[in-house]
Structures are given as structure tokens and as C-alpha cells.
Design a protein around this ligand. Structure first.
Ligand SMILES: N[C@@H](CCC(=O)N[C@@H](CS)C(=O)NCC(=O)O)C(=O)O
Length: 221
């Protein structure tokens, strides 16, 4: 359950726990943020759907962060927390307008883009395969138009600078990189990304960062 009773000064060297599977794009974004910020963390599984899981996240999703007596769910809140407590360079853009643009795209990912790119497209390949079944081509076909539309919309986020909000990565770029990697594992996603040169250029820079390489997904590896 959310706790805000953490001490004002976070003890140096305390290890953060991120709960969730290594393949989850949101989990990978939280872990990338730890690494970018110079915070040590361990990855721990969560028993999906159990009462213990609900005790950490009422909607039974991942990731969940634990840091001493602080427990936080929702990836953007986790990333904000890590950005504040970590010693590494800030992952927030420098101006009010750029920070608002970052938040706009964080919200768009959480409300629309994760759904169209991952949940209703990539997972239609991944989930059946993990269960030892063949993906259903009808379900994949049904997800392609929204996936293509939202890759094209994400392309516009990278039309103005190297990253979404400036010339250095901010939290939203760390949210996007694992999603792009996941979509690019599958043929229609690969084609959509090939038609998005600005997004692909940014992804090519993000994917060689040590933080991204350290959390490479076991799915499609
Ligand atoms: N709004 C949540 C979404 C988290 C989410 O959907 N995570 C996925 C894994 S990438 C999950 O828990 N899926 C399991 C499920 O939907 O039951 C956040 O930003 O953390």
C-alpha cells in the first residue's frame, strides 16, 4: 500500500526493489531510471493476482517500487521518485514548457499508446507464445491499424529535437524505449517503425545506453 512515511533523508547506499517480470516494458523503464540515476536496485518477482500482489498494487499491475518503508506503484510516479532521490543528472527537462511536453507524452503513453502498441498488438504475439499456443492472426490483424496510427503519432514527438523534450533523454524517453523495442520484434511493428525515421533515430540512441542494455528483455532476445 502507498506509504509516504519514508524518512526525509534517504540513507545512502540503500538498495531499491523493483517488483515485476524482467520482460515488462514498464518494469524496464523503472529499472532504466534507477541505472540512469546511479541507484542500485534488485528485481524481485511478484506473485501475479494474489492478495500479496494486491497489497502492493490495488490494480495488480507492475512495476512496484519499494525503498525502505516507501512503496509506490504507477511507473511515472516511480520514475519521478527515482529522479528526485538519485544522485545522477536530472531526467526532467529544463523549462516549464518542455516539462509539460514530457508529461503530455507520459500521459499519452499511459492512456493510449501502451494499449495500442503493447497490449492490443505485441502481446497478441507474446502471450500465446508464452502459453505454448500459436498467436491468433485475426487478433493481430485487428490491432495493426491502431498500432500504426500511434507509431505515426509517436513519430511527431521526435520531430522537434533529438528526444521528446530536448537534446538529452528525459523520463518519457525511458518510458518509450522498451515499448519501441517490443513493437519492433514483430513484422507489422518493424514496418511501422521503418516509416518513422525520427522515432527510429532516437531509439537507436536510446538502445545503446548502458541502462537500456542492462535491462534487455528476455522476450525476443
Ligand atoms: N498504469 C500502470 C500500468 C502498468 C501495467 O499495465 N503493467 C503491465 C506490465 S508492462 C501489467 O502489469 N500487466 C499485467 C496485467 O495487465 O494484468 C503503470 O504506469 O505502471
Amino acid at each position: 500500500m502507498l506509504s509516504i512515511s519514508g524518512s526525509l533523508v534517504r540513507p545512502k547506499g540503500m538498495t531499491i526493489t523493483i517488483h515485476g517480470p524482467a520482460a515488462s516494458s514498464y518494469v524496464r523503464s523503472a529499472r532504466m531510471t534507477c541505472i540512469e540515476k546511479g541507484l542500485t536496485h534488485t528485481l524481485e518477482p511478484v506473485a501475479f493476482g494474489t492478495e500479496a500482489h494486491a497489497g502492493l498494487h490495488p490494480w495488480k499491475r507492475v512495476p512496484i517500487l519499494r525503498d525502505g518503508d516507501v512503496t509506490i506503484y504507477e511507473t511515472s510516479a516511480i520514475m519521478r521518485y527515482l529522479d528526485e532521490v538519485g544522485p545522477g543528472p536530472s531526467l526532467l527537462p529544463a523549462t516549464a514548457a518542455a516539462r509539460a511536453v514530457m508529461e503530455q507524452w507520459v500521459s499519452a503513453i499511459n492512456c493510449y499508446i501502451y494499449d495500442s502498441l503493447v497490449r492490443k498488438y505485441a502481446l497478441e504475439y507474446i502471450a500465446p507464445r508464452l502459453a505454448g499456443r500459436d498467436p491468433d492472426p485475426e487478433k493481430i490483424r485487428a490491432g495493426v491499424p491502431a498500432m500504426e496510427r500511434d507509431v505515426a503519432r509517436l513519430e511527431t514527438a521526435y520531430g522537434h529535437g533529438t528526444y521528446v523534450a530536448g537534446d538529452t533523454p528525459s523520463l518519457v524517453d525511458l518510458l518509450i524505449a522498451p515499448i519501441v523495442q517490443t513493437v519492433g520484434l514483430f513484422p507489422e511493428g518493424k514496418r511501422a517503425l521503418a516509416a518513422a525515421p525520427n522515432l527510429s533515430r532516437a531509439y537507436d540512441k536510446l538502445r545503446v545506453r548502458p541502462s537500456f542494455e542492462a535491462v534487455h528483455s528476455p522476450v525476443g532476445a
